[in-house]
Design a protein around this ligand. Structure first.
Ligand code: SF4
Length: 202
């Protein structure tokens, strides 16, 4: 699968810097693998929490059950459309898999990652809309707002439309039980915007 396409300009230099980053090697206790997928002209910038272990190993973002649900059931797009670097810039507030915590869950991403890299990416990528997937991404951009309220609101981020989605993880059961309107109504509105931006004849 091809993931390098737009190599030009400041964004290409930034991408190479991010891929070389090893700032968290000691903190993680293993070799970091920063994941950057997209191009300077990606139409949609999707920002989530951090890569999973399988993404760390494959280097392909959302290459897991959560990713299948996100693109096939929620976005209703093909894998080829999702992984087309002119369509999606796929990134996280933490660019690397952060390892496990004492209770066996994934650690939270280190705060220095978004401060070091994400602000610069947001400034260089010429996207049309933002999709913020999960609480960590929503909190980074909207620190004073409750998560559920953000999901049901059409937002603006740096002058562009922005939409917050819950994480599609199969473990995220309670939120979906408490908020059935997301799958009934809200995801349809967000899907319609995604298809419009990607010019998909659905
Ligand atoms: S998580 Fe971010 S800051 Fe830490 S090593 Fe990976 S890219 Fe660098």
């Amino acid at each position: 699968m091809e993931k390098r396409d737009s190599d030009e300009g400041d964004w290409g230099l930034l991408r190479d810097e991010i891929r070389s980053c090893r700032l968290c090697r000691e903190r993680f206790g293993f070799e970091p693998n920063p994941i950057v997928w997209g191009s300077a002209d990606s139409k949609i910038m999707q920002i989530s929490q951090a890569p999973s272990k399988s993404v760390h190993e494959t280097g392909i973002p959302f290459h897991d059950l959560s990713g299948q649900k996100l693109r096939r059931e929620w976005y209703e797009i093909t894998d080829e459309e999702f992984y087309d670097v002119h369509n999606f810039y796929i990134v996280s507030v933490g660019h690397c898999y952060p390892g496990k915590n004492a209770s066996g869950g994934d650690r939270m991403p280190p705060a220095l990652c978004a401060k070091t890299w994400l602000d610069r990416e947001v400034g260089l990528v010429n996207n049309e809309i933002y999709l913020l997937v999960g609480g960590a991404a929503a909190k980074f951009f909207f620190p004073n707002r409750g998560f559920t309220g953000l999901v049901f609101e059409n937002l603006t981020l740096r002058g562009k439309p922005a939409y917050v989605l819950p994480h599609p993880s199969p473990l995220n059961i309670k939120w979906f039980r408490d908020n059935p309107d997301f799958l009934k109504y809200r995801i349809r509105e967000i899907r319609r915007v995604i298809h419009q931006v990607l010019n998909l004849p659905r």
